[in-house]
Design a protein around this ligand. Structure first.
Ligand SMILES: O=P(O)(O)OC[C@H]1O[C@](O)(CO)[C@@H](O)[C@@H]1O
Length: 437
């Protein structure tokens, strides 16, 4: 089993006042049956394209081959794309040490740069330092019209042209966007005239769910990960639903039920605290998934991400002593016994004999356990997820569990998990302001 979830410490019966009412939980869990039936039938009828990617193998070789061609001989892989066109691939790439504190810049293989934010100073400095001959750029945008991504791509085309690479843009770039199909697609309009190859974005899968597709998996393959294992992990999370398991035996249904009950009880903040550097980007991915999927019609809860142990020294005081408006998910991995071992003499010298012969992982594991216990003891509803071994399959399971949890939560609270109407207003205004100078 790649994930072990416990939730008894989210309930009043276990933690007392501050917990989620048991009767409300069981009633809501019963309601989740409808959502599970819907997911099962959407899978059978191919109504929700995302679900078809669980366990899918027939496109893996093509994704791996495109990744190989893209990364061949490259020192630097630059990924343009924002939101769902970047965060899922970052979450996966972090398994291959991308953006891991201290280690990210030393990882094996080509350097990975996910430029999901638009910042002129970053771009100027990066452009001045990149070895252009061996740099490859991948531009991802489902719509093809996202201003940030288009801006970065236009700037890069001009950079390459100004530095004598204008005749080889097809070698330097790879695009991924929806097929044109009569619609305007600015990204394709920019790059296709140079002969740049485009992969197709599944039109039925929104950005924040696209980690399941070539959007998430191509960068992961370029980073050297086993993408077939990721797909198997997706199926591990979906299978209990397809098998018709009872809601109590579906981890995503439990998580969604807790979230919906917490919202009903006025606990409007959902905290994911992960004890692993390699889950930091996953939490960032989850923040978009949760926010854009649920935040509508005055509903939704606010996602907060925390990394352990570091954020014990930043957020934990608030979580333990502040308002009782939160539901916690503490994620730990099988760290016990891992990492450097501590010399007993040095442990004695600092007056901490408990450290003697313990590993760094022993301490990190003890801290995750202590945080979950302390939250529960202080009446903070806490679910835990333990990942014995954080690998491609386990991360795939985790990602799919949270996509399903989000979809089920949306059905429980009565919102559409697949649109994001409010975001468009700001986008239109930004282009207006840009035009006004
Ligand atoms: O892939 P696109 O179309 O560039 O969109 C990027 C992101 O922008 C959003 O549309 C929000 O503005 C997200 O939903 C999406 O993941």
């Amino acid at each position: 089993m790649s994930l072990v979830q416990t939730y008894d410490r989210a309930l009043v019966s276990k933690i007392g006042e501050g917990g989620i009412d048991d009767a409300a939980f069981h009633a809501k869990l019963e309601q989740s049956r409808e959502a599970l039936d819907w997911v099962r039938s959407a899978h059978a009828n191919k109504e929700l394209a995302l679900l078809g990617y669980a366990g899918k193998t027939d496109d893996v070789a093509a994704i791996e081959s495109a990744a190989k061609t893209f990364a061949e001989g490259a020192t630097d892989l630059i990924f343009y794309g924002t939101g769902g066109s970047s965060l899922g691939s970052q979450a996966l790439a972090q398994l291959a040490d991308y953006n891991v504190p201290g280690l990210g810049v030393l990882r094996d293989g080509p350097r990975l740069h996910f430029l999901d934010n638009l910042d002129p100073i970053t771009l100027d400095k990066l452009f001045a330092k990149l070895p252009l001959e061996t740099s490859r750029f991948m531009a991802v945008s489902k719509s093809g019209g996202t201003g940030e991504t288009l801006t970065q791509v236009m700037a890069t085309i001009s950079l390459l042209q100004a530095n004598g690479h204008g005749d080889h843009l097809a070698r330097h770039f790879l695009g991924l966007s929806e097929p044109e199909a009569g619609k305007k697609n600015e990204l394709r309009a920019l790059l296709e005239p140079y002969g740049v190859t485009f992969l197709e974005h599944d039109t039925g899968v929104g950005g924040r769910y696209s980690v399941a597709t070539n959007v998430g998996l191509l960068p992961a393959a370029a980073a050297g990960l086993d993408i077939a294992a990721v797909r198997n992990g997706f199926m591990d999370a979906l299978k209990p639903i397809l098998d018709g398991a009872e809601p109590k035996d579906v981890p995503a249904a439990i998580g969604a039920t807790l979230a919906a009950c917490a919202a009903d009880a006025g606990k409007n903040v959902s905290v994911m605290m992960s004890y692993a550097d390699r889950l930091e980007r996953t939490a960032a991915w989850w923040v978009q998934l949760w926010s854009e999927s649920l935040g509508k019609d005055g509903k939704g809860t606010t996602p907060v991400r925390a990394l352990g142990p570091v954020d014990q020294h930043s957020q934990l005081q608030l979580h333990l002593g502040g308002p009782r408006d939160k539901l916690f998910t503490v994620v730990t991995v099988g760290f016990a016994g891992k990492g450097p071992k501590l010399d007993p003499e040095l442990a004695a010298r600092v007056g901490e004999p408990v450290f003697a012969n313990k590993t760094v992982g022993d301490f990190a594991a003890a801290e995750g356990r202590a945080t979950a216990d302390t939250l529960a003891k202080n009446g903070r509803p806490t679910r835990t997820i333990y990942i014995p071994e954080l690998n491609e399959r386990a991360l795939g399971t985790f990602l799919m569990q949270f996509m399903l949890e989000t979809i089920i939560t949306a059905r429980l609270i009565g919102v559409n998990a697949f649109d994001q109407p409010a975001v468009e207003e700001g986008k239109i205004l930004a282009k207006k302001y840009l035009g006004e100078g």
